[in-house]
Design a protein around this ligand. Structure first.
Ligand SMILES: *Cc1c(COP(=O)(O)O)cnc(C)c1O
Length: 432
């Protein structure tokens, strides 16, 4: 019997998250205050979940996952399986290259974002908050947080980039069914939103603008707290559960990846799967390469400059050292909007600057990536998100390249989400 699913049981769920910060050569450049306005660090203390802010600054390599969060992870389907892509390998005619994929699409709301949403909602409830406020781009984060809040009996207010809010009606409904209040951004609920709408009543919004609105909205009433779905250290910390499980899964089959590939917008699914492996590379316990798959619509690691920049358009966040395209640079919406963000996480950026992370970007018309997603569907049978399709395309390209050189190559790719609520994107991008 040829078994292609590599499963773990609930007892195998990691008990600690991995924090790569103390292992980064030369350390992580700290956040900075901009020259003008209020202290952004003080503002964060007011707006973010206290425990998350503590984790943001943590210098411990390992952070205990509270028992209650582990229970919720298991309830939400963790540990998630890894698969060997036998049918895809056959289609590609691979003899020496092997492809494995990790299944973060098998989550209640369809993406890896549930891993940090559950943790953030749990800590917020413990700190007595009643409302979670957030931004969302493609909608996956807003859905994940609404779900996590509903588990904890809390409410979510979501500021959703208008360009996407208007066409993803099913996803909007799902958030509302989880009890969320969903607003198109820019909205008239904040001064910043009203200003943008007065300049352009049909303003399409952006992720940076939605973050600015959410932060401002959080300040307007007590009991509200702001949650972020990517970029920050604590988000990457929570996501490390992906890679920690995957390390165990490779041990089970007696194999080991030569390259880890994931798509990258802000860097949370890439960081989640890659950093536990990368930590072992830094500790000289393992050899492995890392490739971030991006869109030419937002190639922050490739065209961005490594410098201090804001995380949002209005400049409410501290300055963080990141590969950035500029916090107010307009970027054209794409179908895979979850990877359209102006900057890469400080942790990923630091590791990129030291040469540990490579990046590749696919054309913004998305034809190549949806073609890869279609091949994945035809062979492996799973409908993946357009964002994840960037990673699958990169894995297929990497496999073909290795095969043509007769190289042994073990490739791990992370499937960050499913495409069931984004089928429209497929309709637009399929040739027939
Ligand atoms: C949000 C999202 C991404 C991109 O975000 P990262 O923070 O870079 O991981 C990728 N895939 C899916 C399915 C998403 O929801």
């Amino acid at each position: 019997m040829e078994v292609d699913q590599i499963a773990l049981s609930p007892e195998d769920l990691p008990k600690k998250w991995y924090n790569i910060v103390p292992d980064i050569p030369g350390g992580l450049p700290p956040p900075k205050e901009p020259d003008d306005g209020e202290s952004r660090m003080e503002a964060l203390k007011r707006r973010l979940v206290g425990e998350c802010l503590k984790q943001e600054m943590s210098t411990s390599s390992w952070v205990d996952i509270p028992e209650e969060i582990r229970e919720l992870y298991i309830h939400a389907g963790r540990p998630r399986p890894m698969y060997r892509a036998l049918r895809l390998e056959k289609r590609l005619g691979l003899k020496k290259a092997r492809i494995y994929y990790k299944r973060e699409d098998l989550s209640p709301t369809g993406s890896h974002k549930v891993n940090t949403a559950i943790a953030q909602a749990y800590y917020a409830a413990k700190e007595g908050k009643h409302t979670l406020v957030t931004e969302t781009g493609a909608g996956q984060w807003g859905t994940a947080l609404s779900y996590a809040a509903s588990l904890m009996g809390m409410k979510t207010v979501v500021f959703w980039v208008r360009a996407v809010y208007d066409w993803k009606r099913e996803r909007r409904l799902l958030m509302q069914m989880y009890g969320a209040e969903v607003h198109a951004s820019p909205s008239d609920l904040t001064a910043f939103g009203r200003r943008l709408l007065s300049e352009d009543p049909k303003h399409q919004g952006s992720l940076g603008i939605a973050v600015s609105e959410g932060l401002e909205f959080t300040d307007l009433e007590g009991g509200r707290v702001y949650c972020l779905g990517s970029v920050l250290n604590h988000v990457l910390l929570h996501q490390s559960v992906i890679g920690l499980e995957t390390i165990k899964q490779f041990e089970l089959v007696g194999d080991s990846p030569d390259v880890v590939i994931a798509c990258l917008g802000g860097g949370s699914n890439f960081g989640g799967v890659a950093l536990p492996f990368l930590g072992e590379v830094l500790q000289r316990k393992r050899k492995c390469e890392f490739i971030a798959a991006q869109s030419e619509a937002a190639p922050n690691l490739i065209k961005g400059e490594y410098r201090y920049d804001f995380g949002d358009t209005a400049g409410h966040t501290p300055l963080m050292k990141m590969y950035s395209l500029g916090h107010d640079t307009p970027m054209t919406p794409i179908m895979s909007d979850g990877i359209r963000y102006h900057a890469a996480a400080p942790i990923i950026s630091a590791l990129k600057s030291k040469g540990y992370v490579k990046a590749i970007a696919y054309p913004a018309d998305e034809m190549l990536v949806f073609e890869a997603a279609r091949t994945f569907l035809e062979t492996e049978g799973w409908l993946i998100a357009g964002e994840s399709a960037h990673a699958v395309r990169a894995a297929m390209d990497e496999a073909r390249r290795a095969e043509s050189k007769g190289e042994e190559r073990c490739i791990l790719v992370n499937i960050s989400g499913h495409g069931f609520l984004d089928l429209d994107a497929y309709r637009h991008k399929m040739k027939a």
